[in-house]
Design a binder for this molecule. Structure first.
Ligand SMILES: *Cc1c(COP(=O)(O)O)cnc(C)c1O
Length: 368
């Protein structure tokens, strides 16, 4: 039987192949590979998609987070509260912006940043950086209330098109970042990212800082670096953005199908959606009560590309030892890291493929 990948990027490519080829031909004929009309068009389209006035393309999502944080001009070394349960890039961006990561634990039900823990950590911090993990928004209303005017920056790398109470990912914070890493819901053919905001000054700051501090050739107004979007990536992203609402809808249907197929399996719990959230299912992550690693190995042996997001939380990574957190600092996140199992999910996954995943998972669980 053919393997079932965690994500099937070829299937997505097949849908946009013609449009991408025509666009690439156009760019290659023009000889302009950085920024250009396709990047400007994508920025306008992505801003509209996100329900904000401005989008600025960047070289990747980590840079987008760094640029968003830098644009706020917080005092050097100021604390930024972020969840321990996230991809390491969220914390990297804080450090690279000259700020101090203040990690907090997740809530046990949804594994999103826990407002109760945020309330404890915020008094000594200058900003809040929630992560919309796996495709659903962190609880934004409580978080904005707690922030009491401190800037809120959304990490929307996993949540393009997701909503909470009808309001889009990227439109809640003062400024937000996203990633178009190939495996994300909206993925480029290489690295790319974007910052989105309603604030024109912040958008300009991001644009200048990501282009050597320059708005006009040979005039460098502020310290910057190089983080621009490639024109070829904008071509891909424009073609895929048109399909994204339908693709997110297909992900929701696939997640609902997994919910049904996996209901009642012993030793397994399916992911929960925070009330008010319209999920975009970047990842469908179940929790395995016992023997997660054995279950993962069984699935992989059966040709099923299951994964773990993320097996080692940020605070236990060697690179972040300097932050001073020890094992036991964030019990919910640490417990989840030992139980999480990500199942294959992408817009084009078939019912048959999902049934095979569910059968293999049920079989693996009986062996534990
Ligand atoms: C992917 C991701 C990033 C970083 O994006 P890159 O484009 O890989 O730099 C940041 N935060 C989260 C939560 C992510 O999933």
């Amino acid at each position: 039987m053919t393997a079932i990948p965690l994500v099937d990027l070829q299937a997505a490519h097949a849908e946009v192949a013609e449009e991408v080829r025509e666009g690439f031909d156009r760019v290659l004929a023009s000889g302009a590979y950085i920024k250009g009309p396709d990047v400007a068009a994508f920025e306008a389209e992505y801003a509209a998609f996100s329900g904000v006035r401005h989008a600025v393309g960047t070289a990747n999502g980590t840079d987008a987070l760094e640029l968003a944080l830098r644009a706020l001009e917080l005092p050097p070394g100021a604390g930024v509260v972020l969840p321990a349960n996230t991809f390491v890039a969220t914390a990297e961006a804080v450090v690279r912006a000259g700020l101090r990561p203040v990690l907090v634990d997740a809530d046990p039900e949804y594994l999103l940043i826990d407002p109760a823990r945020v309330a404890e950590a915020l008094p000594g911090a200058a900003a809040l950086l929630p992560v919309h993990l796996n495709g659903q928004l962190a609880p934004m209303r409580p978080l904005l209330d707690l922030a009491e005017g401190r800037p809120v920056v959304e990490d929307g790398a996993q949540s393009q098109g997701a909503r909470q109470d009808g309001r889009l990912s990227g439109s809640w914070g003062r400024i937000s970042a996203t990633s178009f890493y190939p495996g994300k819901n909206l993925g480029a053919y290489g690295d790319a990212g974007a910052v989105v905001t309603d604030d024109e000054e912040l958008a300009t700051a991001v644009r200048l800082t990501g282009d050597h501090g320059s708005g006009r050739k040979y005039v460098h107004e502020r310290f910057g670096f190089n983080s621009r979007m490639d024109t070829l990536q904008a071509v891909v992203l424009r073609a895929k953005l048109r399909r994204l609402p339908a693709w997110n809808e297909a992900r929701r249907a696939a997640a609902a199908r997994y919910d049904r197929l996996l209901a009642g399996l012993d030793g397994l719990s399916t992911p929960r959606t925070l009330p008010g959230n319209e999920h975009v299912w970047h990842l469908y992550a179940v929790q395995v009560e016992r023997g997660r690693d054995e279950v993962l190995a069984e699935l992989q042996a059966a040709g099923i590309g299951a994964g773990v997001h993320y097996p080692v939380p940020v605070h236990l990574q060697p690179a972040f030892r300097g932050l001073g957190y020890a094992e036991g600092s964030f019990p919910v996140t640490e417990r989840a890291a030992g139980r999480i199992l990500t199942l294959p999910l992408y817009p084009q996954i078939t019912e048959d493929q999902q049934s095979r995943v569910a059968e293999a998972l049920a079989k693996a669980l009986t062996k534990i």
